[in-house]
Design a protein around this ligand. Structure first.
Ligand SMILES: C[S@@+](CC[C@H](N)C(=O)[O-])C[C@H]1O[C@@H](n2cnc3c(N)ncnc32)[C@H](O)[C@@H]1O
Length: 341
């Protein structure tokens, strides 16, 4: 039997539910592992709760890599008769995963929760074990999803309507890469629609882990566009992304990332989705996955599912896809995961 010790910083706001989410996340990820995984559940040993599972086979390196990417995984042990034997997880992170913890601001999506969303998306997809994954966050804020996705080794792209949020994220990343001595190139580009129907500013980084990796041309892309997601299909080619992951506006005034006067389109998830889903679908590959978190107090799961289905998505159902939890008085959050058919 194996035991995963959960990260001590694992969310305090919805601590009890987060244990169940860990079981869900591992259940979804296990479907992509080589070993035959079973008996996934929570077990308490000496007052500490672990996520435990059985494996028919030895865990392959690729399996350990998947376990090391889980949002809650802190340490892995072989467990038998009350004795824990540590199992080394392969080093994780194209870039130091702590990058997403540094910036703090009102309205930021929790990093552990963001990784959970990314993992439910990637491990629900047929692309899970392929290289060169492209991830889009079409409502990117100051880029938590992009930083987490970059840590996972994906090429990451974001669209955010709040210009200040985008420039802040851009300056933060630039400074970080310089300070940590990552090889990188930066490109700034303006884009406008026909007859000036829209304008957008693109901030693009090509990032390499080291000098040696740069020599071998091993770069990952990080792009953030200051513009409206309604124009996603003007920014990107059709069938470009393997997955779309984002935290929708909560439909409440407080905790805004952008601090700007927001229109109802940017605040109301239903209006936003109605306007953007056709473009998001266009830029997603066939069989690509969309994972969105949202406030169920302003949009019911039934309504959200209908919107997605009407736009050609198929929702993943079942107990492993139930992530509902209370964030505060005004926000009851859930995640929906769907596949483009
Ligand atoms: C809940 S926040 C996302 C926070 C982000 N995950 C983070 O941690 O920084 C939702 C974001 O959607 C953005 N947004 C709303 N409408 C948009 C649109 N039409 N195009 C692009 N971004 C939009 C808002 O400005 C807000 O920053």
């Amino acid at each position: 039997m194996y035991a995963i010790l959960c990260h001590p910083g694992h969310n305090r706001v919805y601590f009890e539910q987060s244990k169940k989410f860990s079981v869900n996340e591992l259940t979804i990820a296990a479907s992509r592992m080589q070993a035959d995984i079973g008996g996934i559940g929570l077990k308490s040993v000496a007052g500490i709760s672990y996520v435990m599972f059985e494996s028919g086979d030895e865990l392959a390196e690729s399996d350990l890599k998947i376990l090391g990417q889980l949002s809650f995984a802190f340490a892995l042990y072989k467990y038998r008769d009350g004795i824990f034997k540590p199992v080394e997880l392969p080093p994780f992170g194209f870039i130091d995963p702590n990058i997403s913890r540094i910036l703090k601001y009102a309205g930021k999506t929790n990093e552990v929760f963001t990784r959970l969303m990314i993992n439910t998306a990637i491990f629900s997809s047929d692309f899970a074990l392929t290289g060169d994954i492209r991830l889009l966050d079409p409502i990117a804020g100051k880029g938590t999803t992009l930083f987490e996705g970059l840590a996972c080794g994906y090429d990451v792209y974001g669209i955010e309507i709040g210009e200040n949020a985008v420039t802040e994220a851009y300056h933060f990343l630039k400074k970080y890469l310089e300070k940590e001595k990552y090889k990188h190139q930066v490109k700034l580009e303006k884009q406008s629609g026909s007859n000036k129907s829209f304008t957008a500013q693109r901030y693009r980084f090509s990032i390499s882990k080291s000098k040696e990796a740069a020599k071998e041309n091993l770069f990952r892309e990080f792009e953030l566009i200051a513009g409206s997601s309604v124009h996603a299909a003007s920014f990107y080619k059709k069938n470009h992304f393997n997955m779309i992951v984002g935290d929708l506006p909560y439909g409440v005034q407080h905790g805004s990332v952008t601090n700007q006067k927001q229109s109802s389109l940017t605040r109301n998830p239903k209006e936003l989705l109605t306007a953007c889903l056709p473009a998001w679908k266009d830029v997603l590959k066939s069989n690509g996955i969309i994972a969105l978190s949202w406030n169920t107090f302003v949009l019911s799961k039934k309504e959200l599912s209908k919107l997605l289905e009407d736009n050609g998505f198929e929702i993943f159902c079942g107990d492993s896809y139930n992530f509902e939890h209370r964030v505060d008085q005004a926000i009851n959050r859930d995640i929906v995961v769907a596949r483009k058919v």
